[in-house]
Design a binder for this molecule. Structure first.
Ligand code: ZN
Length: 167
């Protein structure tokens, strides 16, 4: 496995809309493994999406289980994810591998239902809430070329410089 280079804002390619995955082959699964390796390489990182490493396919990985306070499914590998239901709204703080120097407050649905394929093409349905639901929505945004910076509640009051940048 290998770690991949992360595209960092304001790299314009992060705005590209990613394509649906149609080939569920070994090369694709190797890429997914490398993508997760890249996520694990970044301390405290709960999610990553394929376009962040310059592969414009609809793949996102979320795992918020490192913090036992979060209700979670553990490692979720989401291929061609589609959110099918949203409930409630809550403001919360987000960070991003592609925006290393800032965090920001973003409104997200409190609970979501989504459908996604796994790396073998099998379809699954998930119900997510709280921080996991937030992370899934953040990662799916990447597949549509959106960053949390595009969704800040207020650019003036809800963008924060990171005090410590952990390497
Ligand atoms: Zn992100």
């Amino acid at each position: 496995m290998a770690t991949l280079d992360i595209l960092v804002y304001p790299d314009d390619t992060l705005k590209q809309v990613s394509e649906v995955v149609t080939d569920f082959n070994d090369e694709f699964r190797r890429f997914v493994a490398d993508l997760d390796e890249t996520r694990l390489h970044a301390p405290g990182c709960v999610g990553i999406a394929a376009p962040q490493v310059g592969r414009f396919q609809r793949v996102a990985i979320v795992d918020v289980s490192a913090n036992p306070r979060h209700k979670s499914h553990g490692l979720m590998i989401l291929v061609n994810p589609e959110i099918t239901a949203w409930n409630g709204f809550v403001k919360g703080r987000e960070g991003c591998l592609s925006v290393p120097d800032y965090t920001g407050n973003v409104m997200r649905a409190e609970t979501i239902t989504l459908e996604a394929q796994d790396p073998h093409g099998e379809m699954h349905e998930y119900h997510c809430e709280g921080f996991e639901a937030r992370a899934v929505q953040h990662e799916i945004d990447h597949l549509d070329g959106l960053l949390f910076l595009d969704r800040l509640v207020s650019r003036r009051k809800d963008l924060f410089q990171r005090k410590v940048y952990k390497k």
